[in-house]
Write a protein that binds this ligand. Structure first.
Ligand SMILES: Cc1cc2nc3c(=O)[nH]c(=O)nc-3n(C[C@H](O)[C@H](O)[C@H](O)COP(=O)(O)OP(=O)(O)OC[C@H]3O[C@@H](n4cnc5c(N)ncnc54)[C@H](O)[C@@H]3O)c2cc1C
Length: 262
């Protein structure tokens, strides 16, 4: 019987396990092999921009955690560039992000866990039941189903949390989007976090983030529409030799992105 079972070993679950692991018997479960690098297993990379926002920086500071050098990637970003295509508006504002390698960040947080925490990576929690004041967890690892018990169950299993869905079936979920990201190798660094508002692509937004000699291009797309053609359209519009929006203030951005995507 564990005191606490935490489902999800991302920043939330890993931090909680670190803070509670010395004085409790803690089980930390994640379906992904989070300690593998993308080179070892690309399928386990998280779809994330890897920009540590000021509120996250503040929380790390409160927890007494400074970032190790190996987690940082260049360039460091403090300018956000917003482009609203339909309204032909381009604006810049200041916001201090820390540009990080998201996989390394998660692995660093896991490396801080006390040895007493029982960490099971590559282990999926399928469901749970509450009986006699404790939780019975159905877990699945290497094709085998097994059971663990815990007095307290914590759902740190991300935006589509299975724990939340099962514990609060009538709680409304926010509108869903599908995020697609692609990495382009480039010599040319765009030193901004760029956000692109284009209703032809999505009613949310698309983005570009420089990461060393790569440009990360991404979009949050509606699951109601086919996502691949929308993402291809984003890339096509961005890399068109004569920009579609030539007389638009975003032309400079598009030219820059054209060069990056070539
Ligand atoms: C496209 C995109 C870009 C983003 N960019 C940024 C950014 O630039 N900066 C920023 O600060 N935030 C960004 N975010 C948000 C950020 O990724 C989340 O806020 C952060 O990951 C939340 O941490 P978490 O620990 O709560 O959840 P997660 O990091 O999502 O961790 C949840 C973990 O639970 C595991 N899990 C889920 N279900 C189960 C299950 N049933 N059994 C076992 N394990 C399970 C998952 O494998 C995962 O590792 C982005 C999100 C998306 C989608």
């Amino acid at each position: 019987m564990f005191d606490i079972a935490i489902i999800g070993a991302g920043p939330a679950g890993a931090t909680l396990a670190r803070l509670t692991g010395n004085s409790n018997k803690v089980l930390l479960i994640d379906k992904k092999q989070l300690t593998m690098t993308p080179e070892e297993d690309f399928g386990h990379a998280k779809c994330c921009g890897g920009l540590l926002a000021p509120d996250a920086q503040e929380m790390l500071a409160v927890l007494g955690l400074g970032l190790p050098q190996h987690v940082l990637v260049g360039p460091q970003l403090f300018v956000v560039r917003t482009i609203d295509l339909q309204n032909a508006i381009e604006r810049y504002y200041q916001r201090f992000y820390i540009n990080i390698d998201r996989g390394k960040f998660d692995r660093w947080l896991l490396s801080l866990l006390p040895a007493s925490v029982d960490v099971r990576l590559g282990s999926l929690c399928k469901s749970f039941e509450k009986s006699n004041g404790s939780f019975q967890l159905k877990l699945f690892q290497n094709g085998k189903e097994y059971v663990e018990h815990a007095k307290i169950l914590i759902g740190a299993d991300g935006a589509l949390s299975m724990v939340r869905r099962q514990a609060f079936p009538h709680h409304p979920f926010p509108k869903k989007y599908i995020a697609v990201q692609e990495w382009f190798e480039t010599e040319r660094v765009l030193p901004y976090f760029t956000t692109i508002f284009d209703r032809e692509i999505t009613d949310f937004y698309s983005w570009t983030i420089p990461k060393e000699n790569f440009l990360l291009v991404g979009a949050a797309l509606s699951p109601q529409e086919k996502t691949s053609p929308k993402f291809e359209l984003l890339k096509k519009k961005s890399s068109c030799p004569v920009p579609v929006w030539y007389h638009n203030p975003v032309a400079r951005y598009l030219q820059a992105l054209t060069i990056s995507l070539e």
